[in-house]
Design a protein around this ligand. Structure first.
Ligand SMILES: *Cc1c(COP(=O)(O)O)cnc(C)c1O
Length: 380
């Protein structure tokens, strides 16, 4: 029995050659040859005005929080159903995350719950494109523009996804992508900040370079560089950037491969959905996904946990997602929510993710067979 991990990072094309080239070029620190190529390629793929490579999506989200000038007393609305980095970015500025519920079908931020959470202290909204499916940006932007709020896309999972024909990551004011090894395009750890207009570019460059105007200096726009603002070290080295660039070049192939695997799962589990045994992911109206996550929504937590044990007994790893932030120890300490977020609680108890990675192909039939056997016998 071969073990099937949940995720397996793959070398897909020129990673090793570009790593070697980066070493030969003699600059291993950031903002060299490959960082420039990667930034340009991400702009091309997302339609962003500017891209700044970072060492993680977490770092890009922290940059977004600094660029939004968040401080104590400020509130930032976000779904409770997200990764901790979305909330930490806000808490690190001394501001308060206000957790809201998600839509039961798309698992993205519930627009009316978001609207209801706006107060005169609200400064920004972080939306998350869960499983690579974009949040419903048109009504979100309408409401946020009317209240003068900054809108930030946590697009960690959404490279290669589209909302009404427009790429995720350039749908609002700022976007944050992840190239962590569990995402579609990877560099081990890695990320990027995308900006949709010129407004934040200069300050973002300064924040990313420890609060200095080194970027201007490197372009010859100033004859010395100095400390001019708040900042930290948010940039990756060239080894990371060179690996990433090789993956970015193959983005379309990676996306097509994952979408084909995703469709295999969709087809395989359709009869069980028809029988009321589970539900499969739902692509929101007008959106195109990127095959980032395939999940099953089972009927209750006992059923879900028993399914995970069954799969584990067959050496197949199927984790769930997410422990809600609003009821987590740090969520209670640093944030708040206006009610108990019933959809978030329910979804986090019933959702399970199946393995999905570039080289899953030879193993997907066994994953389907083992899962199907359990799900077609047990009434849930
Ligand atoms: C993966 C992920 C992050 C964090 O990405 P890193 O690159 O590991 O920092 C943040 N938000 C969401 C929604 C994610 O899925």
């Amino acid at each position: 029995m071969t073990r099937v991990p949940f995720n397996k990072p793959s070398i897909v094309s020129n990673e090793i050659a570009y790593l070697t080239q980066a070493i030969e070029l003699g600059q291993l620190s950031g903002d060299g040859h490959f960082t420039k190529l990667a930034n340009k390629e991400i702009c091309r793929q997302t339609g962003a005005h500017a891209t700044l490579l970072t060492h993680s999506c977490t770092a890009a989200l922290e940059m977004c929080a600094i660029l939004s000038d968040l401080g104590p007393g400020d509130e930032v609305i976000m779904p409770s159903f997200t990764f901790v980095s979305t909330a930490n970015a806000v808490v690190l500025r001394g501001a308060t995350p206000v957790f809201v519920d998600i839509d039961p079908l798309t698992l993205n931020i519930d627009v009316s719950d978001m609207a209801a959470a706006i107060t005169d202290r609200t400064r920004a909204v972080f939306v998350v494109h869960y499983a690579g499916y974009p949040a419903d940006m048109d009504p979100i932007l309408d409401i946020c523009r009317a209240h003068g709020l900054i809108v930030i896309e946590d697009a960690a999972q959404a490279l290669g996804s589209f909302y009404k024909g427009r790429p995720a990551g350039s749908l609002a004011d700022m976007g944050a992508f992840s190239f962590h090894e569990t995402k579609n395009i990877i560099s081990g750890e890695g990320g990027a900040l995308t900006l949709t207009g010129p407004r934040y570019v200069e300050r973002a460059e300064i924040i990313r370079e420890k609060g200095t105007n080194r970027s201007n200096f490197l372009r010859g726009q100033t004859d010395k560089y100095t400390w001019v603002d708040l900042g930290s070290s948010f940039l990756p080295g060239e080894l990371t950037a060179s690996f990433l660039f090789a993956q970015l070049e193959l983005a379309e192939t990676i996306r097509a491969t994952r979408l084909a695997l995703f469709e295999r799962y969709m087809d395989a589990f359709a009869p069980l959905e028809a029988a009321g045994r589970l539900r499969r992911p739902i692509c929101p109206e007008g959106c195109t996904g990127n095959g980032h996550i395939f999940y099953l929504m089972l009927n209750n937590i006992e059923d879900r946990d028993a399914f995970i044990r069954h799969m584990r007994a067959h050496e197949i790893t199927t984790p769930f997602h997410y422990v809600p932030l609003h009821s987590s120890p740090a969520g209670i300490k640093f944030g708040r929510s206006n009610h108990d977020l019933p959809v978030t609680n329910d979804v986090s108890a019933r959702l399970v993710r199946l393995p999905l990675y570039y080289e899953l192909g030879p193993h997907i039939d066994r994953v389907i067979e083992v899962a199907y056997k359990y799900l077609s016998q047990d009434p849930g």
